[in-house]
Design a protein around this ligand. Structure first.
Ligand SMILES: CC(=O)N[C@H]1[C@@H](OP(=O)(O)OP(=O)(O)OC[C@H]2O[C@@H](n3ccc(=O)[nH]c3=O)[C@H](O)[C@@H]2O)O[C@H](CO)[C@@H](O)[C@@H]1O
Ligand SMILES: C=C(OP(=O)(O)O)C(=O)O
Length: 421
């Protein structure tokens, strides 16, 4: 088994370029099933989840060819299979995002029901609400969820919560439905805007992404295009927090600062200096980390995908910080691992109360999800001694070459093969 070893490191220094966003690449790859001509995607991050999504597309009948390490050519003209394989579905929740496109292209789709994961039960009722509103019949049998529709007709859908995945699945299925679909209380994440831009380049007629109302006028057919994936705001935020935690001086390149306003604001409150310059952001950490409070919310609120990394920073603040998680029901699995490193954190329902400590100490720890893994890397950089992180496949889901890129900034971090414990 491979682990990541992190030793106490000097303040991080240098430049790091941010890759394309995982959470844009995955729905856009899924949406490629809707096009009938060549699609070229640029800045596709080299991640475990992206590899799985490419496998899913191939298994459904698309051709998927990497023209370069981050450029993929997809052709879905001959998509003919409506069943997503359990072994692929099981590896990644985002494979659920092919349901909408398959329903639109083939009139049916079957997937195994996704299970819960380390961050909560993650139901899919809102995705199904959307499919039903457009005329699909849904049945669940033997652990599979099957959607089928002879004809999809546009409809008005109110989402009880602005779910990112449900908004995306409904946008995709509605793009080939007859008439207009309106999604109210839609998710407003930048990745939704990227999906709209991509679908419109294929020939769709979608307006409103980035606001809470999205209008999709169905068209008969979608074609092909070339599209560049937006930068990953969570990867950018992760490097920024690491720079602040180590008291470093790091320039994060290829970032859209308007996508990470809460991250910038909270790092400033914590005492870091932030200098924005076009598509780069320089983070200069301070010796003293001020206590801060964060509350995760749908975009444009503070992102749940940055909560764990910020908690690693808060463990060393001078005073008491509070992190409230409102998006997922159980996203505090990193707390016990941070406590093994000497952090003083108490959980009370949706809140974590973090009393800053003088120092953390390295320890053997386990990543429970990808952001928990990123938080442990950050904690390892500032902890005395050595931190050994297990279950690094979680980290590989969302970060390409995390050790090389941190090492380039001066971090003492490497991968090691060890016997299974
Ligand atoms: C691949 C991808 O883009 N993943 C992101 C996406 O996940 P994902 O699309 O799964 O997240 P959602 O926005 O759908 O989920 C947010 C909340 O809504 C609930 N919910 C969702 C759907 C549903 O049908 N019913 C329901 O109750 C979920 O259980 C969760 O508590 O947005 C999350 C919230 O920003 C991020 O953490 C993930 O990184
Ligand atoms: C929770 C995340 O992703 P996913 O929805 O793919 O599990 C994440 O990126 O932090």
């Amino acid at each position: 088994m491979e682990i990541i070893v992190v030793e106490k490191s000097p303040p991080l220094k240098g430049n790091v370029r941010i890759n394309g966003a995982k959470n844009s690449a995955l729905p856009i790859l899924a949406a490629s099933l809707l096009g009938t001509e060549d699609i070229i995607l640029e800045d596709v991050p080299n991640l475990r989840d992206v590899g799985i999504m490419c496998e899913v597309l191939r298994s459904l009948g698309s051709t998927v060819e990497f023209l370069d390490k981050d450029v993929v050519k997809i052709n879905s003209k001959n998509v003919n299979n409506y069943v997503t394989r359990y072994d692929l579905m099981n590896k990644m929740r985002a494979s659920l995002l092919v349901m909408g496109p398959l329903l639109a292209r083939l009139g049916k789709s079957r997937s195994s029901l996704p299970g819960g994961c380390a961050i909560g039960t993650r139901p899919i009722d809102l995705h199904l609400k959307g499919f039903r509103a457009l005329g699909a019949e849904i049945s669940t049998e033997h652990g599979n969820i099957e959607a089928h529709a002879d004809k999809l007709i546009g409809s008005k859908i109110y989402l009880d919560f602005p779910s990112v995945g449900a908004t995306e699945n409904i946008m995709m299925v509605a793009s080939l439905a007859e008439g207009e679909t309106i999604i109210d209380n839609a998710a407003m994440e930048p990745e939704i805007v990227d999906l709209q831009n991509f679908l419109n380049k294929l020939g769709a007629d979608i307006k409103g992404a980035g606001t809470s109302t999205i209008r999709i006028k169905g068209v008969e057919k979608l074609g092909g295009t070339t599209h560049q994936i937006i930068p990953d705001r969570i990867e950018a935020g992760t490097f920024m927090v690491a720079a602040a935690a180590t008291g470093g001086d790091v320039v994060v390149e290829n970032v859209i600062s308007s996508h990470i306003k809460p991250v910038i604001a909270k790092l400033k409150e914590a005492g870091a200096e932030i200098i924005e310059n076009g598509d780069s952001i320089r983070v200069i950490g301070s010796k003293k980390i001020n206590p801060i409070d964060i509350k995760t919310l749908p975009y444009p609120g503070f992102p749940t995908d940055m909560q764990a990394q910020f908690m690693a920073l808060m463990t060393l603040c001078e005073g008491t910080s509070i992190a409230i998680e409102t998006v997922f029901e159980n996203r505090f699995m990193h707390v016990d691992e941070l406590k093994r490193m000497g952090a003083d954190i108490k959980i009370d329902g949706k809140s974590a109360i973090i009393h800053g400590v003088d120092h953390l100490t390295g320890a053997p720890v386990k990543a429970s999800d990808l952001r928990a893994g990123a938080a442990l890397v950050i904690a390892g950089l500032v902890a005395d001694g050595t931190t050994e992180i297990e279950n690094i496949y979680h980290i590989e889901r969302g970060y390409d070459g995390i050790e090389e890129r941190f090492a380039k900034l001066g971090a003492k971090i490497y991968r090691k093969e060890v016997e299974c414990s």
